[in-house]
Structure formats: C-alpha cells, structure tokens
Design a protein around this ligand. Structure first.
Ligand code: XMP
Length: 502
C-alpha cells in the first residue's frame, strides 16, 4: 500500500490534514518533524511527504528532506522552510494580516489542473516569497502574494503558502492531485482493506493467547470488540464494568447486544464498589481519581478470576496517540507509544484502532455490521454521570439525572435534531430552587441542558435549539421528574468553557 508521511513542524492543522488525506483513500501518518530521521523515513517508505506547520512552529529539520528523491508538498511554514533551505528568499509583509484570498493559477501546475472553481483560501500575510530557489517556478498568486504557490517539477517539490486542508472542495482537489498524480498513490485505504489487514495482524500477534477488553459500550471499545471478535472469537473476553453511573437502560442495551456475539461477555455490576467510596466526596478531581482507581481494581480482579494475563486490549484511537505527545505527533510506528496502564498485570497491550480517526472508527463499525445505536453514539465520558452530577453523588441524584437526560436526549432524537448537534446531555446541578406542588412548596434540583455543535470536541458552540422544542422538553421533564424544580439551558461556548461541567 502506498502511504504518505506528514512531517509536522507544529501548529493546529496536522490532524485535519491527515483526515483529508484519508478522505482521499490514502493512508498517512503524522510525525513530529524534529524527531524524524532518514532511517525512519526509509523504513516507512512513503510515496510522498507533506511538510506542514502553522503559526509559531519549530523551523527545525535535521535531515536533507529535499534531496531524498521523494516528492514533497510543503505547506505554509513548511513552504517557507523549503524556500529558505534551498536558497530562496522571504521578506516580511508590509502589514501582518490573515485574510481570505482568491488565488490565480499561473500556467501549468499539476496540483491546479482540472480545478472547477476559483481557489478561495485563508492566508496569513506575515511572510512573502520574494525570490524562488533555482529550478522553481511560481504557480499561483494573490494580490498580496505574487508567489502563493510554487514548484520544481524536476525534483517533484511543491510549495503552498496556504493550507489546502482548510478549504474542503478545492483543497481536497489539490491534495488529491498531489497524491494521485505526483505520488502515484492508489485508493487503497478503504474499510475492507483495513478490516482484512487488522484481522491478519491481530491473529498473528495474539496466536493462541487470551485477550481481555474493557468494554464501555462507547463507539471505540464497541468497534474494537467487534474487530477482535472477528479475529480471535472466543479467545476474547469483554468485561463490561457497570459502575452504576451509566445513562438510563445503557447497561442492558450493551449487554443485550454483546452477549450475542462470538466472544465471552462478562458484566460486572459494581455500583456498590464505586458509590461507597464516593460517599461524601464532592471535589471533581477526587471523584475522577476514585472512579479511575476503582475501575483498575475491578478490572484486575476480574482478569485474575478469569486467569487472563496475556493481552489487554484498548480502544485507543489516533487523536489520543497524537495528542499524548506534548502537542506533537510522537510516533512513527506506534510500538514505542503503546504502554500498559500502571497496575495492570498483562503481558502486552493491544490497540487495534490506534491509527484510526473517530469517523473512520464509525465507518469500520458500520462496515462490520454494528448497529447505528452503537456506532453513531456520541461520546460518553468514562466516569459517566459522575461528572454530570455536581457535588456529592447519590443514588437518588443518579436516578433523577437518568430520567431527565433520557427525556432530553429522546426528544432530540425523535425530532431528528441529534445528527445536527454534536453532543447533548443533561447536568444535575447542586443548586436547589423552588417549585409549587399540590402538597406545598418543594425545594428541588436545578437541571441544566447542554447541547453543542462541534467537529472535533476541541472547540464547540452551544446549539441553537428551537424554542418550541426546548419548551416541550421542559414541560415533559417538569411533568415526569418531580424532583426537578428548574430547567436552564447552557449557552457557553468552548473555549473558554469545557463541554462537560466537571
Ligand atoms: P471537555 O469537557 O474536556 O470534553 O470539553 C471534551 C470531550 O471529552 C469528553 N470527556 C471525557 N471522556 N473521560 C472520557 O472518556 C473523561 O474524563 C472525559 N471528560 C470529558 C467529553 O464528553 C467531550 O466529548
């Protein structure tokens, strides 16, 4: 399979770029540019390399990247680095601005061939190319940038002063031209190939060993379970820890689906083990710490009872891998990264989804026939409702929140609004407010509804839900959950707020 290597100089766009490359059905990996060596590149054997960076980034490249004979697409800071390295010149722009620019293509360049419309893109005007290195020609310009793109066709080196991944239509076309016309990469990255490759790899690695997977019922662990089940069937045991802080009916839903699959399914009803140490605890960090520690204890205990010591499987996905490297991609082959969580006594860690983005994980799940209610799910935090109940967690509060949350999420799903909203849930605040009941005044809980639109969960905007829908939800909750006395709608964006309340 022909693959692309993304060398990241720093900035915010490496993941978006990688997702766009994979949308073109070509596999790619992201590596921090300052870490890469010629040996690692040769080992990876890329059909092409993309050197990218934005804003304040490391301008460090310790290898003769442009002399390797491998096609290079250099973007933004990557382009400027290429120009400087090869003897060209940059100069400061008279005024530093970031603007939407219309690009004019100058003559023939394979990247801009067959473009159906003008390229409009964001450009940071801080530096302009004032002289090209020998052998390079300008291939596109804007009013402010006489050289907004350039190339040296003989050496297959291409430079863009803008980020093609930012503009979906034209940008994807430009990337596709680089991948298919310059690097000769075929459309080999598809779910069928991913499934077959992963199954072969897992069978080789696991052999006759036994695997334990902690199943949360979320998208990632569900898809990991399905993939492992296909690969090694009953050598896989899935432990589903029900910590008593799941959404309404969630435990039964997960159990009913996975207990029918070709794997051992074990549900551990551990609510007491979690809720007892949480009694009287209201500090959010302490709640998370207790839940994390209990989780490891329960899992280890079950593994001991079952006698499984070979492999622990986790649903780690690629953004987790990229984000764990101090803001930089840190890996080239992965094996250096995978480490066993402390206190778990397994021989090896298996992460079958570690090169997949979230949407790819969903596609993989769908390709394996998992139902939409499992693959289409929105994220649910590991600590569960614990971080959606402010203050001390009690069984009564859990029950109240489960009821109210089910009404809210059910109404969005019934109104088919859930697909437009990235994440939505209810939060039980610790604030008491008044409500009148036939028996008199009642100090009930204040509920908050949170719905956000988001692409990547790193930023989010509060969702503009229709007033009529909110009104209907309010009536339903106030009618059916008597312990709630007030309902508010959260209108904060991320940043500065977070999506969850704790
Ligand atoms: P925040 O609140 O940080 O959430 O804006 C971003 C995304 O991460 C999820 N989240 C968690 N997931 N364990 C998890 O597995 C956690 O402790 C946790 N905290 C937040 C959150 O639901 C959102 O999708």
């Amino acid at each position: 399979m022909r693959k692309i290597l993304i060398l990241d100089l720093g900035g915010h766009y490496d993941q978006l770029l990688a997702r766009r490359i994979r949308e073109c059905h070509v596999f790619c990996e992201v590596v921090a540019a300052r870490r890469v060596t010629v040996e690692k590149i040769r080992d990876f054997d890329p059909a092409g390399i993309i050197l990218t960076g934005s804003e304040a980034c490391d301008d460090v490249l310790n290898i003769p990247l442009f002399d390797l004979g491998i096609p290079v697409l250099a973007i933004d800071q990557g382009c400027q680095l290429m120009i400087r390295t090869l003897g060209g010149q940059l100069s400061d722009a008279p005024v530093r601005r970031e603007h939407r620019r219309a690009l004019t293509s100058l003559g023939e360049c394979v990247l801009f061939q067959d473009l159906l419309r003008d390229i409009i893109t964001w450009m940071d005007d801080n530096q302009i190319i004032s002289r090209l290195p020998d052998g390079f020609v300008a291939t596109a310009s804007t009013g402010e940038h006489p050289i907004a793109a350039c190339c040296c066709p003989e050496r297959r080196l291409f430079g863009l002063q803008f980020h093609p991944e930012m503009s979906h239509l034209n940008g994807l076309h430009i990337l596709n031209q680089f991948l298919k016309k310059v690097c000769d990469a075929g459309e080999e990255w598809n779910m069928e190939n991913v499934i077959n490759g992963a199954i072969q790899h897992l069978r080789r690695r696991i052999g006759k060993g036994r695997v334990l997977l902690a199943l949360s019922g979320g998208v990632d662990s569900s898809v990991a379970a399905a993939l492992l089940s296909r690969a090694v069937g009953s050598q896989l045991t899935c432990i589903f820890v029900d910590h008593g802080m799941l959404r309404k009916d969630e435990g039964d839903l997960v159990e009913s689906y996975f207990s029918r699959m070709d794997l051992h399914f074990v549900r551990v009803n551990a609510a007491d083990q979690f809720l007892t140490p949480l009694e009287g605890v209201s500090d959010p960090d302490e709640k998370r710490r207790i839940i994390g520690a209990q989780f490891v204890r329960v899992l280890q205990n079950e593994a001991r009872k079952l006698g499984i010591v070979d492999f622990l499987a986790q649903g780690t996905i690629y953004p987790d891998v990229l984000e764990s490297g101090l803001g930089y991609a840190d890996v080239i082959r992965g094996d250096e990264m995978g480490s066993l969580p402390e206190h778990l006594e397994f021989r090896e860690l298996i992460e079958p989804l570690r090169y997949l983005f979230k949407e790819e994980v969903r596609d993989l799940g769908r390709a394996m026939g998992l139902p939409e209610y499992l693959v289409g799910r929105q994220p649910f935090p590991g600590p569960g409702l614990a971080i959606r109940i402010m203050g001390e967690i009690t069984r009564e509060k859990i029950r109240i929140l489960q009821e109210a949350d089910a009404i809210f999420t059910g109404a969005l799903e019934k109104g088919h609004l859930h697909s437009q909203v990235g994440q939505y849930f209810a939060v039980l605040t610790d604030g008491r407010t008044l409500r009148n009941t036939p028996k008199g005044r009642h100090w009930g809980y204040t509920l908050a509804l949170r719905a956000v639109t988001t692409e990547d969960y790193l930023t989010a905007k509060w969702a503009r839900l229709p007033y009529e829908l909110l009104d209907d939800i309010s009536t339903q909750i106030m009618t059916n959950v008597p312990d709630i006395s007030r309902i508010t709608y959260d209108i904060t964006n991320k940043p500065p707020a977070t999506i969850e309340w704790e």
